[in-house]
Design a protein around this ligand. Sequence first.
Ligand code: GLC
Length: 570
Amino acid sequence: MTQLIDSRTPLLVDDPDWWRQAVVYQIYPRSFADATGDGIGDLRGIISRIDYLAALGIDAVWLSPFYPSALADGGYDVDDYRDVDPRIGTLEEFDAMAAALHEAGIRLIVDIVPNHSSNRHRWFREALASPPGSPARERYIFRDGRGEHGEIPPSDWTSVFGGPAWTRVEDGQWYLHTFAIEQPDWNWSHPEVREDFLTTLRFWADRGVDGFRVDDANLLAKDLSADPLPTAEELAAMPLDGTHPTTDRDEVQDIYAAWRAVFDEYTPPRTAVAEAWIESPERRARYASPASLGQAFNFDLLQADFDAAQFRRIVTDNLEQVTLSGSSNTWVLSNHDVVRHVTRYGLAPLKGRHAKQGIDWMLAGAPEDEIDRGLGERRARAATLFELALPGSAYLYQGEELGLHEVTDIPDEQRQDPAFWRSTPEERTQDGLGRDGTRVPLPWSRTGSSFGFGDGGSHLPQPAWFGELSVEAEEADPGSSLQMYRCALALRHELQGGEELVWDETLSTADVLAFERPGGWLSVTNFGAEPVDLPAGELLLASGPLDGDAAVGSRRLPGATTAWLRRSAL
Ligand code: GLC
């Protein structure tokens, strides 16, 4: 085992299970804090805000891609997996950031993007400069086209961001890109590709990185041997049972077995969490197994309405699922790919948008005048306390602690998301305007050209109302969302014990969900409209004001509110 730089404090070194119930805060580096004043967030900006992260009470930071990139897909088009984008910082600054986070007791998870590189990656350039059939092309997925002159793509598949999934190169061959044109898919059957990723994992683990978030973890292994390839329609109809040509193939686990061996070279073992939009709990459990990545995101809450029955079913199912995998639960309400939950919950009954699973759904947006902000805020706070009382780890997305809304009115010409640029106006009416609205730089102060984000403006436009939701404004307001998150995380640290959850069947109704955690920690959420009585016990925290007079012992929990109590000892 080699470790060049391990800045983790003794406090952080020896707990192999730290991730099981950790609160992980996702930083989208370009939009967090800009210390260099070029309008783009950077590593020095993160370093300057470590006190804020420590005061929030998180256990780990997950850093979205910070690698050199043309930003065709917000950095998920990686030019070089073992370097830092000069606009974001340097490797020395990365080391300084890791050290400062560790010093503050915060662990560091980095994003790894293994399904595709960027088209500027040295191996893709080499592939383009080499003839069809050459070894350099083998690292990616090149095919001849159909038709007399090969002018028809190898299949009619469409990319996730719209348009064809194949792009033709100068000599007439086509390459596969599941996402944007600038994101050619790797050929994971190639030993050099496999080996190079192991080198990358070691590179970051040696620098003290504690874990990895694995992008599109279910897409790496592919079997494109059929000739002709199945049509898009046939592909969509194929069962997702481990034999599908492009998605969740059984042999993807061989890749992760090799990754696990690398993780286990370290003390404590490095962790990983799979981003895998997979519906079947059994199939998802494979990624969460200790022999594989160890955790897998569960996006179920994120796709649900604010609804007691849906939330209960999701919790029950996921508790069962972790018994299959031996992992812990992962809860997510927002991330950089979806409409922020405070805004989602303000969209009266979501007009069926939520019914569209996965990738299509996550692009949905809505015009400003359709959003009931007050309702969204109450529900978001209630859902957040519900989430934070659950066993397992919670993944928070930067700005959600402020109750920051989606920015829905970014002018078209300032949008960056390929999901916007590759879709037609008709598709946008259906699927929304893309993901820029959740990636607008954070407001740190009430005023100033970029609300304290940096001196050089902001790479996506911030609306005037950002000032009211800034860190400065919320620090001064005891009832703010930020204060609620701080209290909740501090309490959670204190209360969090074993991973058991017991539903309180007396308190739970069609509109109310109540559950108890070890130590008498009770969480009660009212999903309905009418207030309900709270049981006896010490009130620890509520997501909003309660009804009734506490002095005379009457406390009622209003609709769209969660309360945490400590049950009185009998
Ligand atoms: C993942 C990322 C998303 C990105 C896509 C392609 O879904 O979360 O942001 O666009 O992969 O890398």
